[in-house]
Each structure stands twice: as structure tokens, then as C-alpha cells.
Write a protein that binds this ligand. Sequence first.
Ligand code: FE2
Length: 209
Amino acid sequence: MMSNDKIESVSPHVLPSLPYANNALDSVITANTISFHYGKHHKGYIDNLNKLVAGTKFAELTLEKIIAATAGKAGKTAIFNNAAQAWNHTFYWSSLKPKGGGEPPSALKKKIEVDFGSLDACKKELAAAATTQFGSGWAWLVLDEKKLKVVKTGNADSPLTQGMKPLLNIDVWEHAYYLDYQNRRADYVNAVLDKLINWDFAAANLLKK
Ligand code: FE2
């Protein structure tokens, strides 16, 4: 048996590396925002989670399993919130890329055209979800059963707990944009969709089992 001290010092969840330099999204999201968002907020969720699960039955579980085991459970809100936010943020960094936007890979583009009518209609739905999410939360492109959909979630909530497969997400917590855009959330969202969104990541997620 490891002591609690030992478990805590080798906490299983680590902050994943950013998939690009922290100034790589500078035309839309500054290095200043990334340094707080990744280095303080995302890191904070992981550090908090490691403290909350140390010595508990959740200590050996993956983020996905913790999220599934704690969603909607009384008394487990803090663990759920930190685990889901850790997962949501890792997913968000990969949902963006330098010189993103543009056209999705052809298989994804065809599916978008079937399910939304056009790429533009899909982007408009994502922008509407992101700008109308009241308070903190996320906009998501998901696969629900066999259909692509746009959904929004509040705070830490995740489509994973509703049986949907996330393809990409956009963080609309104020910490994601306030230093660069202040209250202009729509400007941040539209710039992300036009210049950063990583359709390759969404296409790869679509193919995952
Ligand atoms: Fe965030």
C-alpha cells in the first residue's frame, strides 16, 4: 500500500503539453491569454483534481471514467467539475491550430453538408451556441447517434455524459477571451471559427470508435 503522501506526490493526472507554442495563435488569442488560460486555469483544474482524488477510489481512474462516475452525483460535484474541466481544456487546445479554419477534410465536409446544409450553416450554429451560452460554458460539434449536431453546455458539463461523441469544442468562459476581447465574445468566437478551428481534429474524432 502506498501512503496518502505517496499517492498525492505521484498524482496520476498531468497537464498535457500544448500542441503549439503559446504565441502560435497570436493573431486571434494572445500568448498572454494562453499563459493564464493554460498555465493557471487548466493547470489549476488538474492540480485540484489530483488533490481531490488522492487516496480515494477515483485515484486510479482515467479522466473519462471519473467524469462518468461522478456526473450528477451528490457530493461529487467538485471532482466532476475539475475532471471535466481538465478533459474539456485538453480537448479545446486540440480543437484549435495555427492557420486553422478554412475547409474541413472532404469526408467531414460532406457529412456537415448532409446534416447542416452547408459548412457556413454549421459555423453559424456553432457561433450561435457559443454566443448564446448564458454565463460560462462550452459550444461543441458532436456526433449524436449518427448525426452531427451543435450543442452547448454550462460550466464544466460535457456531452460525454449524454452519450454523444465530441468532435471539437470552443471555450466560452470569460477567461478564454476577456484579456483580448473584453465583453466581445462574438468577435472571439467568429475569429476562432474563421482562423483557428481545427477541422482535422474533428475529422479524426469522427473516425474514432
Ligand atoms: Fe477555459
